[in-house]
Structure formats: C-alpha cells, structure tokens
Design a protein around this ligand. Structure first.
Ligand code: G4P
Length: 529
C-alpha cells in the first residue's frame, strides 16, 4: 500500500519550464496557470509593471527598475489529479546560464510563441538547449485576440526552423476582434471565447460537433466555412499527435489561445498532465537512476542569493531525481562525501517559502547553503554516486574586472570564486598574469556580479575591456601532450573558478588555428560539474 502511494506521488508529478522569446507572454501564461492551480486567487500578481507589484522572486532593486525577473523561481500547484512544478526561467532578452541549467531540471517544456510574430531568436536558442536532452515540447500559440499570422504558415515555420513536427490539438476560429474560440480536434468540440474575462476561470460555452446547427449561430457562416476548409487542409497537411514521437522530442502538440484572455491555457494544461512525462530518471557516472528508485537522490542546478532580503541566505535548488525527501532526513553530500541532516528544506508555492515535510521525485527543494554547495552537486541517501549532465556553458562575453581599492584583492577573488561556484558568472585567471576575467553568457550577469560584490563582499569593482572573445575548456588523454600544450600556449590559457584549464581566445580564428595546431587537445564548449 505504502509502495503504491509512493509510486502514485511520483507519477502524478509534472515538472516543466516555459521557453519563449521576451514579450511572447511567458509571465502572463504563468499567472493564468497559477490561477488554474488556485495558487493565486486572482491572476495578476506575478508581475505587474503597471501596478508596481512584483513577483516575490524579484530580489534586487535593479530588477524592479527594469521590470524583469532575473531569477529562476519554482512554483508548485495542483491541476486536476496532478501536481505540477513550473520552473521559471528568465525571459528578458538578456539571460544567463541559469536558464540553460534550469532546463536540465525539467521533464518537459512549454514553448510559447507570439502568433503575430512566429519563431523568434531566443526561442530558437532555447530549443537548441532542449535538444541536448530531447525534452518533450508542448507549443502554445499566443495572442489570438490580436491579428496573427496564418496559422498554417506558423506551423510550417515551427517545423522548418525548429526541426520539430507539429500536431495541432486545437485550431483557431478567427483572430483579433473576430476571434471566436478554438476547435478541439481530439474532442470534436468548439470552445467559444468571450473577451474581457482573462482575470478569472471562465465558464466556457462548448458546442459539440462541427455539424451542430448551434455552431453557425455562434460563429457565423463565414468563419464556419473557413474553419471547415482549414481543418481539411490541416488534416491533410499536418501530423496527428503521436505520444512516442512527443516523448522523443520529435513532435509537438500545438494549442492556440490568448494568455491575456485566459483562453486555451487550460487546454494546454490538460495536454501537459495527460501527455508530458512523469519525473524521469537521470544519468550518473555509473548508469541511470530511475525516478521510482527507493533511494533519495537529487542534484543542484541553481544557487540563488538574496531570494528574500529578510533571510540573507543562499538557496541551492535541488531537483529530486528519485525517492522521497522527509524532513529531518540524513543525506550524503556526494562531492565532499559528508552526511548532512536536512530539516529545513524549502518548497516554493507561488513564490512563498514554506518549510517542507516531504517531497518526491520531480519536485524541487531549496537547501540552505552556507558556502559548501556548488552547482552540479549530488545529494543521496544510501549508496553514494554523482549525477552527470549539469553543464557550464562557454561564456560569450568577457570583461576584465578591477578594484577601485587595490587593497581588497583577496575579497574580490574570494567573491568571484564563490559567485562562480554558484554559477552566477564564470571567472578566468590567466596563467601568465594576475588579471581577473569575468565571463558571462548574458550581459546582465556583469551587473549582477558588481552589485553582489558590493553588497556581500564590500568591494567596489569596475570592468575594463579585455581582448577575449571566446573560451573553451581543454582536455587531453595524453598527459604529455597536455603539458606541452600548457607550456606552448600559456599566453592563451587560464584557470577557471574551479581550477579547470581553459583556452581563452582573442578571436574565433585564433581558436580555430589552435585546434588545428594541437589536434590531440580537446576544446570543449561545455564543462560538466
Ligand atoms: P514575457 O513574460 O514573455 O516577456 O511576456 P509578458 O507575459 O510580460 O507579456 C508581454 C506583453 O504581451 C504584455 O503587455 C502582456 O500583457 C501582453 N500579452 C501577453 N499575452 C497576451 C495575449 O494573449 N494577448 C495580448 N493582446 N497581449 C498579451 P505589456 O503591455 O508589454 O506589459 P504589461 O504592462 O501588460 O505588463
């Protein structure tokens, strides 16, 4: 009986993140999704640029000024028989490695597309990341209350640009002022849209069947004819939903709606709980751990400071891969091979921190970090092992960081190393000089680092230009060759925050030449923790 309950707890969980281009509607969808989960009584409190209200995940004035959330927060809510974990990812055009790593902690993604615009840059980039693990993708075409592009053309664009097959589950009837609702291809029913009810869960009117005389009265003969014609095309030209292809990341079910009007979001959620995978296992150094294994295990994919100014602590976000967390349990912190008793793990119900009694595979728990936990760390009960696959990404932006007051060099170094352990930024120390080079994936990381160095380490730092345009971690199976490389290429070599050797190149051409010159050396774009 206990066993059945354990499996039921795991199987009812769905852990996902939203990927989208800024302004496509991620925040709005998050609000509505939480509304369905009843986590927020009235939608509109996740972010309110106009009202001045901000999500509790906002942790710095800087973010408030910009009206964005830099942080990744975790929200858990019930939906139907299921329990859904939504991991928020920064949506601003400036983004960080956190976004990427968050995607290693989910089992599926919701791709939100502005249907007036189609596939945009950030979506392309994030889709590439989901491809690393073949994460199943659900698609929501948003903003149907505006004039959108031809829906067939949108599907075609997704298929050709993102290399994923589209299986429409709902089909729009009109758009903009003429938006009447959607036809649900699987349920053979039309769900009618009423504008102006986006702040609540609506009692929608449903018309069963395309030949139902009520339908013509509801949407008009012109739109009905268009709908019939389009459906004929859709059924001929697009794919039917296929669970297996979806789970392999090869096919995406597509929903149409308007997040602002809170229409279609529930159809998407229905699809999510029905089709998206329950918590999946993860690879370790010695094979895979499945989510239903009895042993507790999890990995840290994010460390966040100052979540709540009142608490002044750092929280390590741990994705539970297998088993069950119970308050007060003993876990092994794998990298330092030490047992810790955890009685104060946190969960994040719509941004509020709550002390947690128990949690299961698929859930995210927040562990208080007093400086010992690093990104990628594994926690286990019982047998000790380490998860793999939580990457550091080669930064694309570099700056030299310098102190206003040179006497504080030690604090600066300490601060930078700790921030790099948290994954907030990467730091490179050239072998041949005492420079400190900060590397980031998104520009905003630079500002965050300076603000945190000031607030937490009491150092005033400034940036200068540095002639570095890319970095690669270097490896070789041949110790002699690596040694020789280290001597010959020392002007371009540096140690990162964890003392790993990296090649820092002034230009891509320089990197290419180095690769050709040293064929026995591997130059890697990611480094696993
Ligand atoms: P993001 O998190 O992906 O960046 O997008 P967000 O939800 O903040 O939405 C970006 C803008 O698009 C917001 O307007 C939002 O109200 C609007 N929006 C989202 N979904 C829909 C939709 O279905 N239809 C329409 N017409 N608009 C939608 P804003 O004016 O830029 O921001 P705000 O001042 O309303 O916060």
């Amino acid at each position: 009986m206990a066993e059945a309950n354990f499996l039921n707890e795991i199987n009812k969980r769905r852990t996902f993140a939203i990927i989208s281009h800024p302004d496509a509607g991620k925040t709005t969808i998050t609000e509505k999704v939480l509304l369905f989960g009843q986590a927020l009584q009235k939608a509109g409190t996740v972010k309110g640029k106009k009202s001045g209200q901000h999500a509790k995940s906002d942790w710095m004035e800087m973010e408030k000024e910009r009206g964005i959330s830099v942080t990744t927060s975790v929200m858990q809510f019930p939906y139907r028989e299921n329990l859904v974990n939504l991991l928020d990812t920064p949506g601003h055009e400036d983004f960080s490695e956190d976004t990427y790593r968050t995607l290693t902690a989910v089992d599926s993604c919701l791709m939100v597309i502005d249907a007036a615009k189609g596939v945009e840059d950030r979506t392309r980039k994030l889709m590439e990341v989901t491809r690393l693990r073949d994460t199943p993708i659900i698609t929501f075409m948003n903003k149907l209350d505006r004039d959108i592009r031809d829906p067939l053309e949108l599907l075609d664009e997704v298929e050709t640009e993102l290399k994923i097959l589209c299986a429409p589950v709902t089909w729009p009837i009109g758009c903009g002022k003429e938006f009447k609702g959607v036809y649900h291809l699987h349920r053979d029913e039309v769900i009618l849209y009423k504008s102006g009810l986006g702040h609540m869960i609506q009692d929608v009117r449903i018309v069963k069947g395309l030949d139902n005389p009520e339908l013509e009265a509801a949407i008009g003969s012109g739109l009905l004819e268009t709908l019939r014609d389009e459906l004929e095309l859709v059924q001929g030209a697009s794919n039917e939903f296929d669970q297996e292809l979806f789970l392999e990341g090869e096919l995406t079910p597509v929903f149409f709606g308007t997040a602002l009007g809170n229409f279609g979001v529930d159809h998407m959620l229905d699809g999510l709980v029905e089709w998206a995978p329950a918590p999946q296992g993860r690879q370790t150094e010695d094979g895979k751990i499945e989510s239903d294994a009895e042993q507790f295990s999890g990995f840290v994919f994010k460390i966040q400071a100052n979540m709540d100014p009142k608490h002044r602590d750092r929280i390590a976000f741990c994705r539970i891969v297998s088993g069950k967390y119970e308050k007060g349990m003993k876990m092994r912190h794998s990298r330092i091979n030490k047992d810790v008793r955890i009685s104060d793990a946190l969960t994040f119900l719509a941004g509020d921190r709550e002390l947690l009694e128990e949690a299961y595979a698929g859930d995210i728990i927040g562990l208080h970090n007093h400086g010992t936990i690093r990104i990628g760390d594994t926690f286990t009960s019982g047998e000790n092992f380490r998860f793999t696959g939580i990457p550091n990404f080669a930064p694309e932006l570099f700056k030299r960081i310098r102190l206003k007051d040179p006497l504080k060099q030690k604090q600066l170094l300490k601060g930078l190393i700790q921030l790099s352990e948290e994954g907030a930024v990467q730091v490179f120390r050239p072998l041949i000089n005492n420079d400190l080079i900060v590397g980031a994936v998104g520009v905003l990381q630079f500002d965050v680092v300076v603000a945190r160095l000031k607030a937490e380490y009491n150092v005033d730092a400034i940036y200068e230009h540095v002639n570095v345009s890319t970095a690669r971690w270097v490896y070789s199976n041949d110790a002699k060759k690596l040694d020789e490389f280290r001597r010959k290429a020392d002007v371009n070599l540096a140690l990162d925050g964890g003392d790993n050797l990296a090649y820092i190149a002034p230009t891509m051409v320089n990197l290419q030449l180095a690769k050709e010159r040293y064929p026995d050396i591997e130059f890697k774009e990611t480094r696993e923790h």
